[in-house]
Design a protein. Structure first.
Length: 568
């Protein structure tokens, strides 16, 4: 026994010595390269033939260094700290409650938040901002405009606006603008609770908890947590949200870093509020980070059914560190792993091609893991839903109408002509409304290149390369002529899709953001699928028990088959 202890002690000492040597070597290399960089930086600034800007040179070198890592590791100078906190930490700022967009170099009000200064003082979507506190808007960057509009609560801001050709001056008193994590919660017509969570910033879990408690008093048949457009946020908030539905002392997520101090296990700390309520989580391609922790954990624990599309695949954890002169650096310190042990990171940032681009992990490298009850799930490439619902893809003509702000213009005009509309939940454009919209496009540029046209162009190019153009030119010209004719009919072919987008723009003018959410319920395939599942106890049980086709979730074969089907 003593011999074993001596061997173990010797092994420990050897390991410690190796680690110490490695640590000293790292410190030497860091010190050496810092000396080289400092000398180079000094010589360039002193001796370069043209005058240099030391701050610009330093920022360029920092950005170049971080570009070799992942897109989530970033430097934040003092001038950008407040915007950083608003994006990643806090949901509150001093402002007027209006968002803006640039159209052909002019700044317009895009959306108004209900109940805030811009709304109270009659600022409207479509108003053109010319000056802010006497400062010309023309030529300014978006960040500069934000700085002009924001300020301490109680301070005033003067806006010079052009509306219908007339100059209007409005003086607004800034208020504390709160952008809630939960943008909407309510009951659907068939008694199902719905909570839309847009981000995981401060207080996100409490907001979900408050919404769930309020809706829970109405005795819903089930609950839907919508994470489809949620890019993530604070990891601890995700853990707390899982705890609303999962028992105390259950593993939710483990983060593992190269630095042992960054390896942390997170478990639920409290008794759950809703341990039994039937639960569906909606996810999509924009669901990332903390959204994937919630969806992945509840899937691994067989506690919720995941509906929608495969999520983004961000399995990395960031931490912020203070730097001199009030600047910050956000560093990726760890990968996270769901309860089954899988990491859903999709992109391999450690290995880049000659152009510095990262690619996704190959499906052949995916590893199988098991949920609590024994269903098969896979790592890499995000969280795959239990029930796949293919996302609708906008047609080229709809994308063109959006990008050229023709929906925006028409919605503003519609609001001027129509004082009231039907309730948001039931609002739809009439045939005469749609005809009026089509007529409004006369003489306006909404040109676009369809996928078929691109393929025809590629085919012509290949025919030229192979000296076969003369043989097929007549056929290609005929196909092009037919395509032009077909495009003229696209406003009719894609009428249903175009109407949905236009309706959302119009509803927002009357019922703000919440109105857009409720109006969209009429067309929401994922939500309708979720409600159908919650209304079918047998199907819910079959999915969560892994019966039949639900035994395996997101295998490489299943994923490829779904992708092929989606492209047909």
């Amino acid at each position: 026994m003593m011999k074993k202890y001596k061997i173990a002690a010797a092994a420990f000492l050897i390991s410690f010595a190796v680690l110490s040597l490695s640590f000293r070597e790292d410190l030497f290399l860091i010190s050496k390269n810092l000396d080289i960089f400092a000398s180079l930086y000094r010589e360039i600034n002193i001796n370069y033939v043209e005058e240099t800007n030391p701050s610009t040179l330093m920022r360029s070198s920092i950005d170049a260094m971080l570009d070799n890592l992942d897109p989530y590791t970033e430097y934040v100078p003092e001038s950008e700290v407040e915007d950083y906190k608003l994006k990643y930490v806090s949901t509150q700022y001093g402002g007027i409650g209006a968002s803006t967009i640039f159209i052909e170099g002019k700044l317009f009000v895009n959306d108004i938040s209900e109940g805030y200064p811009a709304d109270k003082q009659g600022v409207k979507p479509g108003d053109q901002l010319v000056k802010i506190n006497g400062n010309e808007v023309k030529g300014k960057e978006r960040s500069q405009v934000s700085q002009l509009l924001r300020g301490p609560k109680g301070s005033s801001v003067e806006l010079l606006i052009i509306r219908e050709g007339a100059l209007i001056t409005k003086t607004l008193v800034r208020d504390e603008i709160r952008q809630p994590n939960v943008s909407y919660s309510g009951m659907t017509a068939d008694n199902i609770a719905y909570i839309r969570l847009d981000k995981f910033l401060e207080n996100a879990a409490q907001e979900v908890k408050d919404a769930a408690v309020t809706l829970g008093k109405l005795q819903p048949k089930g609950m839907v947590l919508d994470l489809r457009y949620n890019g993530g946020g604070i990891l601890q908030e995700a853990v707390k949200i899982v705890n609303i539905f999962v028992d105390k002392d259950v593993l939710v997520v483990t983060q593992k870093g190269r630095n042992p101090q960054k390896t942390i296990t997170y478990k639920t700390l409290n008794q759950p509020l809703f341990p039994q309520i039937p639960l569906v989580i909606l996810i999509g391609g924009s669901s990332a980070s903390a959204s994937e922790i919630v969806a992945g954990a509840l899937q691994d624990l067989d506690r919720a059914i995941i509906v929608g599309q495969r999520s983004y695949g961000k399995g990395l954890v960031q931490q912020t560190f203070n730097l001199p002169y009030n600047s910050l650096v956000k560093v990726t310190v760890a990968k996270y792993f769901t309860p089954s042990g899988r990491c859903i990171q999709a992109f391999d940032y450690a290995h880049k091609d000659a152009n510095g681009k990262s690619s996704k992990f190959a499906d052949s490298l995916m590893t199988k893991f098991n949920t609590k009850i024994g269903r098969s799930v896979y790592d890499g490439n995000g969280v795959y839903p239990d029930v796949l619902v293919n996302a609708p893809k906008l047609s080229p003509i709809t994308v063109s109408l959006i990008n050229k702000y023709l929906f925006f213009d028409y919605a503003n005009g519609y609001k001027k002509k129509n004082k009231d509309i039907a309730p948001a939940a039931s609002f739809q454009l009439t045939e005469s409304d749609y005809t009026a919209f089509v007529n409004s496009l006369a003489g306006k540029d909404y040109a676009y290149v369809s996928r078929t046209e691109r393929l025809l162009s590629d085919l012509r190019t290949e025919a030229e390369k192979e000296n076969k153009l003369n043989a097929v030119k007549a056929d290609l010209d005929d196909l092009k002529a037919k395509m032009i004719g077909a495009k003229k009919a696209d406003l009719i072919t894609y009428k249903t899709e175009i109407k949905r987008v236009l309706e959302a723009q119009i509803v927002g003018r009357y019922y703000y953001e919440k109105g857009k959410v409720t109006q969209a319920f009429q067309y929401d395939k994922e939500l309708n699928t979720a409600k159908a599942i919650l209304n079918d106890g047998g199907k819910m049980a079959a999915i969560l028990k892994g019966e039949g086709e639900y035994k395996t979730i997101g295998s490489p074969v299943k994923t490829i088959a779904a992708a092929v089907d989606d492209n047909q």
